[in-house]
Design a protein around this ligand. Structure first.
Ligand SMILES: Nc1nc2c(ncn2[C@@H]2O[C@H](COP(=O)(O)OP(=O)(O)O)[C@@H](O)[C@H]2O)c(=O)[nH]1
Ligand SMILES: [Mg+2]
Length: 197
């Protein structure tokens, strides 16, 4: 990697409600996806810091919005995973409200990195996210993570299948593997276009 400005990003703060969000200045990119797709792992991979965003083998553990500072007022944001079944409805409602507040309020939000497990199709939560961002005029970059779990021919097939389901003028996409450290440069390029302009 020639130049990765996300290396050395630092934890800023966690929030469970809107009045705990850091000042809405500068620019940030939000990482979102279902629990266990490897969202925290991707953030750690892009920042070259194994312990920045907590990763877990137990799905649904991250219930807070975590903000990381890249430099000055440039941030990466780890949002809580959606679609985790084993929580009660009150907890789900609270997550929903927090995410809603986040997406409605953040004028510094410059783009959305939507992460999926390459072996799973786009789920309702993913499609809702894409729909919402289209309406909000925010670009989405889809990361098909855990590419190492499939042979290359099926990785390409997964990419083609998803291309048919989304509007490519609005949603860009790529393969990624945290395990094999592949796709980092492409993701850094996308982040740069949104954050470093
Ligand atoms: N094989 C493989 N496993 C991965 C990859 N990315 C994440 N994982 C594993 O998937 C599990 C969930 O990862 P985590 O980052 O906690 O997911 P999150 O809930 O979306 O934040 C962990 O056991 C990770 O080690 C990947 O690219 N390849
Ligand atoms: Mg996580």
């Amino acid at each position: 990697m020639v130049n990765n400005p996300y290396r050395g990003s630092q934890f800023l703060t966690s929030a469970s409600k809107i009045n705990q969000f850091p000042a809405d200045i500068g620019r940030e990119v939000a990482f979102i996806g279902r629990s266990n797709v490897g969202k925290s792992s991707v953030i750690n991979c892009l920042t070259d810091n194994k312990s920045l965003a907590k990763t877990s083998k137990t799905p649904g553990r991250t219930r807070l919005i975590n903000f990381f500072t890249v430099k000055d007022d440039i941030r990466l944001v780890d949002l809580p995973g959606y679609g985790f079944a084993r929580v009660d409805t009150a907890t789900k409602r609270q997550w929903g409200e927090m995410l809603n507040d986040y997406f409605m309020e953040r004028s510094s939000l410059a783009g959305i990195i939507l992460i999926i497990d390459i072996r799973r199709p786009l789920k309702a939560g993913d499609l809702e996210m894409i729909d919402w961002s289209e309406r909000a005029g925010l670009p989405v970059h889809l990361i098909l993570n855990k590419a190492d779990k499939l042979p290359f021919s099926r990785q390409k097939k997964a990419l083609q299948d998803i291309k048919k389901q989304v509007d490519e003028t609005h949603v860009s996409m790529q393969l990624f593997s945290v395990l094999k450290k592949t796709g980092i440069e492409e993701a850094v390029f996308r982040l740069n276009t949104w954050l470093m302009g």
